[in-house]
Design a protein around this ligand. Structure first.
Ligand code: XMP
Length: 519
């Protein structure tokens, strides 16, 4: 049994809010273990003693859509402290005798709340009796539930923060988990430490030894294989397992030819030469290019790459005798059920390529040491493992690589041009200390040629698109604002140095409506 199953924790019940993962991350940042379950699971969930507090998330429904809300109301009688956020606040209010109605004026974005009463929940939260918070609601609590008092109001939500001190049930209309709520973390800290009285029990620092021991216990003397991409997650996994079982681990690194400039050299140098891991390097550039010839449909590209990757991986994995386990860099967000609360099927936007399809066919058991961690926790763990900052702070890179940053058909020439452009862009970000401020950045090559003039000559060359975004988790994103001089510099550098590009554009769309990658 994993140690996490016995740890004291805060349970977060998700009603489909886009911010639920943020709540969990903020609680983890307080060094407190927490888990998320869907509200649909709340009916059959065993509320064991180690649950010290419950947070009810926001969500897109309204509390009167009874049929769609599969919520276990008995939770409110468990005598476990509860904090309801937004929709969570409204459902607590409705179930405990209050009323919720459509607000006359909705509140989206920044709002001011005014303190009406002292509360443990708001200790050190208000400055001069007010606080700036972030709201996102169309309904509001109109009548207080029984035995509740108002802690604070906003202009459009008179019952914005409420409490039942005796039962330790709290409701707040705004979102303390988002960074726009200035002191939101204070609310979560007060709830967890002062109201739930949970002890700090979670730190990436003490994860390293624990995870290494867990891996040893799980795999014993068996052999393990791992698909190494050179990204943060697979690098941390490979390192942990190497620490645990050494030569019984074999990593397979497939060079698809669609990696960033010199990436294959860096990965081989680090893992094979420096860290002395058992590494099989497969140079499959030619076969990938051949299979992708004349394919321009984004989904077809993804399928071809995903299938070929699996085939190659299987071929090399078979060469290692007695393999029993496949190691994967599955993270906690990958495990959280993210089905739509409205019951509708979430439409498929893109077929993501990863190695998740491998074990079923290969009949291997999984080793997933990171499956309780968020990305930022994996980065901290990487530091504990002495992985270089270069690897730990690397921007995410998609499995299909440059193929999906090159709309239209893929050619050797285009790959070469794109690798150069991307390298100039990323190097400049590092040089100007911008790389770590950006969540992900890349150059793309658009299948359009435009006219330019260089020297006294006409040029007719490709269009390079630059994308740089800020994000918390890649689910939503905004474009990064460069200043004019940086844009001028990088545009000149790319056009002056790369034959084949004569124009640079910057993508200023957010996600949604766009996605981060182009395909
Ligand atoms: P989108 O384009 O869906 O990307 O907004 C969100 C994040 O996911 C990455 N991405 C992928 N990662 N395999 C991966 O491992 C894939 O097939 C894939 N497609 C997109 C993307 O780079 C961004 O960080």
């Amino acid at each position: 049994m994993l140690l996490e199953n016995n740890l004291d924790k805060i349970l977060i019940i998700d009603f489909g809010s886009q911010f639920t993962q943020l709540i969990a991350r903020k609680v983890r940042e307080l060094n407190i273990f927490c888990e998320i379950i869907s509200h649909n699971k709340s009916k059959n969930y065993k509320f064991e003693k180690n649950i010290k507090g419950i947070i009810l998330s926001g969500g897109p429904l309204n509390v009167y859509q009874n049929k769609k809300i599969n919520f276990n109301k008995n939770i409110l009688k468990l005598n476990i402290p509860i904090l309801g956020i937004c929709f969570g606040h409204q459902i607590i209010s409705k179930e405990l005798g209050g009323t919720v109605k459509q607000a006359k004026s909705r509140e989206f974005g920044l709002a001011k709340v005014v303190k009406l009463k002292k509360s443990i929940l708001t200790q050190n939260f208000f400055t001069k009796n007010t606080a700036n918070v972030w709201m996102s609601h169309g309904d509001e609590v109109k009548k207080l539930p029984k035995n509740f008092k108002v802690i604070a109001k906003s202009s459009n939500s008179k019952l914005c923060m409420i409490e039942n001190l005796k039962k330790k049930i709290y409701g707040i209309q705004f979102h303390p988990e988002v960074s726009h709520t200035n002191k939101g973390k204070v609310i979560l800290r007060n709830f967890a430490l002062k109201i739930c009285k949970i002890k700090k029990n979670w730190s990436p620092k003490n994860q390293k030894l624990k995870l290494i021991n867990q891996i040893k216990d799980q795999v014993g003397n068996s052999k393990v294989i791992c698909a190494l991409s050179g990204g943060v997650d697979s690098s941390v996994v490979a390192n942990l397992i190497n620490n645990a079982i050494g030569k019984n681990l074999t990593c397979i690194f497939v060079n698809t030819g669609l990696l960033r400039k010199n990436e294959e050299k860096q990965v081989v140098n680090l893992f094979k030469n420096k860290l002395k891991l058992n590494l099989i390097y497969v140079n499959a550039e030619k076969i990938f290019i051949k299979k992708l010839k004349n394919i321009s449909d984004p989904e077809k590209k993804r399928k071809v790459i995903g299938n070929l990757f699996i085939k190659i991986f299987e071929k090399y994995a078979k060469k290692i005798k007695n393999v029993k386990y496949l190691a994967q860099g599955t993270l906690y967000p990958d495990l959280i059920e993210s089905k739509s609360v409205t019951g509708s099927q979430t439409s498929k936007i893109k077929s993501h390529h990863n190695v998740g399809g491998l074990p079923k066919k290969m009949k291997l058991k999984l080793v997933e040491p990171l499956k309780y961690l968020f990305k930022d926790e994996v980065r901290k763990l990487g530091l504990e493992l002495n992985l270089s900052k270069e690897i730990i702070s690397r921007h995410p890179f998609p499995g299909p690589g440059l193929a999906i940053r090159m709309p239209g058909v893929i050619t050797d020439e285009k790959i070469k041009i794109l690798k150069e452009a991307d390298n100039y862009f990323i190097s400049a970000l590092k040089e100007y200390n911008l790389y770590d401020k950006i969540w992900q950045a890349y150059a793309a090559l658009l299948p359009v040629k435009t006219v330019g003039v260089m020297g006294d000559n006409r040029t007719y060359e490709y269009l390079c698109l630059l994308r740089a975004i800020t994000s918390e988790d890649g689910m939503t994103a905004d474009y990064f604002q460069f200043n004019k001089s940086f844009m001028q510099m990088i545009s000149n550098k790319i056009v002056n140095n790369i034959r084949g590009i004569n124009r640079v554009v910057y993508d200023v769309t957010s996600k949604p409506p766009s996605t981060i990658e182009l395909e």
